[in-house]
Design a protein around this ligand. Structure first.
Ligand SMILES: C[S@@+](CC[C@H](N)C(=O)[O-])C[C@H]1O[C@@H](n2cnc3c(N)ncnc32)[C@H](O)[C@@H]1O
Length: 315
């Protein structure tokens, strides 16, 4: 079995920005291997509390075990973080002093061949973060229309060869259902020009990103969560979000910007008449990126960016 290890990304920067109070209440929406959660828990006193979610049952079981010494301060819920409002309501919590989202898949999910996230391993096409949910990557690859495949590979994979890849998938599956990662890799490779295949980076990388985002509804979930999360922060509380690609980062940037300055009055109006009030400040005008030292020990941090929002005090 693959060991559940995950080096937390931008750890010092997250801890510094969360400004943890000993008696505060915190929420980690992406528990994973618990690297960030553990450092939050270490800084909490007897009355502090951390609520953590993950949609991956295997991650929860392993991390609950690993963090058992903090059981009196830690509540773990197997759920999607988009359900934050109902989770907190059920726990009788009205406000949070800090929230962390460290998006995407964990090293464990990537390295565990059977989960089907990696194009480097031959495995069934799965890619579900939540193995209790029904649909898999195999269903998307075999059941989506050519038009829908083109759209997701173009939008979520940002692959300029989306239409060629979608066409090749449809032609291949007419002969045989595409059931494994290596079968899919061969189809993708057959659709690409020689000079693209010779370029650095695996030719299937962008298509895999697209299928994973579509299957796990990653962008919709993020869009539906951030405003709710800002609402749930106590005055002065902070929301920290780590993203790994430009599509996620753009969503975080725009929602934070709009929460800070929601006014829709034309710029020539001398005073605001729309009545939309700022909910706080974007702490990171530019996203925080990992330093050289972190990159040298954790290549997974390469494309990470941290953005931080602070809830207004005195409202
Ligand atoms: C990058 S890992 C988090 C690693 C963690 N911060 C650590 O230090 O070990 C992301 C985790 O979040 C989970 N996840 C991703 N999106 C989620 C969502 N919408 N709701 C709940 N869990 C999610 C994944 O299953 C994965 O375990």
């Amino acid at each position: 079995m693959v060991e559940f290890s995950h080096i937390p990304v931008l750890l010092n920067e997250v801890i510094e920005n969360l400004k943890i109070k000993e008696d505060g209440i915190y929420f980690d929406g992406t528990l994973g291997g618990g690297g960030h959660s553990e450092q939050i828990l270490k800084r909490l006193g007897a009355s502090g509390r951390l609520v953590a979610t993950d949609q991956d049952r295997e991650a929860i079981e392993s991390t609950r075990n690993r963090l058992s010494e903090y059981a009196d301060k830690l509540t773990i819920v197997k759920s999607n973080f988009v359900n934050i409002d109902t989770i907190l309501k059920d726990l009788g919590i009205n406000g949070l002093d800090g929230i962390l989202l460290d998006l995407g898949v964990s090293s464990y999910q990537l390295d565990n061949k059977d989960r089907g996230f990696s194009y480097r391993e031959d495995a069934p096409l799965d890619m579900r973060m939540d193995k209790d949910s029904g649909k898999t990557a195999e269903d998307i690859v075999n059941d989506y229309t050519e038009g829908d495949l083109t759209r997701i590979i173009r939008e979520y994979g940002e692959d300029p060869f989306a239409a060629r890849i979608a066409k090749a998938i449809v032609a291949a599956r007419e002969k045989n259902r595409i059931m494994t990662t290596f079968q899919l890799n061969e189809v993708i490779k057959s659709a690409l020009p020689e000079k693209v295949k010779r370029k650095a980076g695996h030719p299937a990388k962008q298509t895999y990103q697209a299928i994973r985002i579509e299957l796990n509804h990653e962008l919709e979930v993020l869009e539906q969560s951030l405003d709710k999360m800002i609402d749930l922060l106590n005055p002065g509380g902070r929301l920290c979000v780590i993203t790994f690609h430009s599509l996620e980062d753009r969503i975080v940037k725009n929602i934070f910007k709009n929460a800070m300055n929601p006014c829709i009055c034309p710029p020539e109006f001398p005073v605001c008449v729309c009545g939309r009030k700022s909910r706080g400040d974007v702490v990171t005008r530019k996203p925080i990126a990992p330093g050289e030292e972190e990159l040298s020990i954790n290549p997974r941090a390469k494309s990470s960016k941290l953005r931080v929002f602070e809830k207004k005090v005195g409202r």
